[in-house]
Design a protein around this ligand. Structure first.
Ligand code: NAP
Length: 300
């Protein structure tokens, strides 16, 4: 199969591209910047698909699966600059989807558990949605466009995706760096997440595309826990001595709202694909195994 991964320099896009290539698929990945190794430059704000991507890749043989992994994912920036963030997160992706529709290309849209209101965790796909911030409203707008206009699409909602090494930027790497600098790990009180391995996400997305899965699915690890609970396990498994501190959401001074519970129930997807996602403990163990020397366990 052929895949066009828009946003292949990002955390999930880069892992997915590697997973697809390892399985023998033909993949073109993009970055918004010129000169990123192995990626074509495609800036959603200024470039057009037909100019940036070779025509033969788009038009010869079966059309590529278009993976929309590009995002302005900073929630406060989405509110502070709604014009630009809406272009990146809504208007340009919808234009791309319309283009994909014109030649029947399957679309894989990466979305978020923040489309729910955050009052309950463990959400299933059919529950009512009510985003509490601009970022999630933007993601929801594309979801709704797809549901109305292009059922030949897979909408993959995720919650807290983390890596299994310290080579990429993600939550565990942030904590790793805090521990190295002898700083406390400060968590939003009561914020409940589903920690999910980026390797499982990549494998799950690849299998879903290969099998032509369509509709809305939640891709989430089996555990639901507060950030502080995950941080305490991180410290225990990694022999990290940083204190874990909880503070109320209001103490963080965020510009926009946050869903307090964004955990997702991944059973529908895992049943459809026949794949089990890693537990939080397994992810943490692999993270410390793969990340080399631990920060020295001095007393803080
Ligand atoms: N990470 C998570 O925990 C998580 C959870 C739920 C949902 N998601 C969803 O998963 C998707 C990927 O997230 P991620 O964490 O991998 O994001 P990320 O690491 O921030 O990567 C964002 C990607 O978007 C690209 N991008 C930004 N502005 C662009 C523009 N103007 N034109 C073209 N590309 C642009 C970036 O390219 P350059 O860096 O080259 O500019 C980068 O490749 C997003 O849709 C996000 O909403 C992620």
């Amino acid at each position: 199969m052929k895949f066009l991964v828009i946003g292949a320099s990002g955390f999930i896009g880069s892992h997915l591209m590697n997973e697809l290539r390892r399985s023998g698929h033909e993949v073109i990945g993009t970055s918004s910047h010129e000169g990123v190794d192995g990626l074509l430059k495609f800036d959603l704000l200024v470039d057009t698909l037909t100019k940036a991507i070779p025509r033969r890749f788009l038009e010869l043989g079966d059309p590529p699966v278009i993976v929309l992994a590009a995002v302005q994912g900073n929630m406060d920036r989405c509110l502070a600059d709604p014009h630009t963030s809406r272009l990146i997160n809504v208007a340009k992706p919808i234009a791309l989807i319309r283009h994909a529709m014109s030649y029947g290309a399957p679309v894989l849209f990466l979305s978020t558990g923040h489309v729910f209101d955050g009052t309950l965790g463990n959400r299933i796909e059919s529950e009512p949605i009510k985003p509490v911030n601009e970022y999630a409203r933007q993601k929801l707008e594309v979801e709704q466009f797809l549901q109305d206009e292009y059922p030949n699409a897979l909408i993959a909602r995720m919650d807290k995706v983390v890596g299994e090494t310290s080579r990429h930027h993600h939550l565990l790497t942030e904590w790793w760096e805090l521990a190295r600098d002898h700083m406390p790990i400060v968590c939003v009180e009561g914020m409940e997440i589903s920690p999910t391995s980026v390797n499982d996400i990549s494998k799950g997305l690849k299998l879903a595309a290969e099998r032509g899965l369509r509709g809305i699915f939640h891709l989430a690890g089996p555990d639901r826990m507060t950030r502080a609970e995950l941080a305490n396990r991180f410290c225990a498994i990694g022999n990290v001595k940083s204190p874990v501190v909880e503070k109320p959401l209001s103490a963080f001074g965020f510009l926009d709202g946050r869903a307090l519970r964004s955990s997702l129930n991944g059973n529908k997807f895992q049943d459809a694909i026949g794949m089990r996602f890693s537990t939080a403990n397994d992810i943490l163990q692999r993270f410390f195994k793969n990340s080399g020397a631990l920060p020295s366990p001095t007393d803080y």
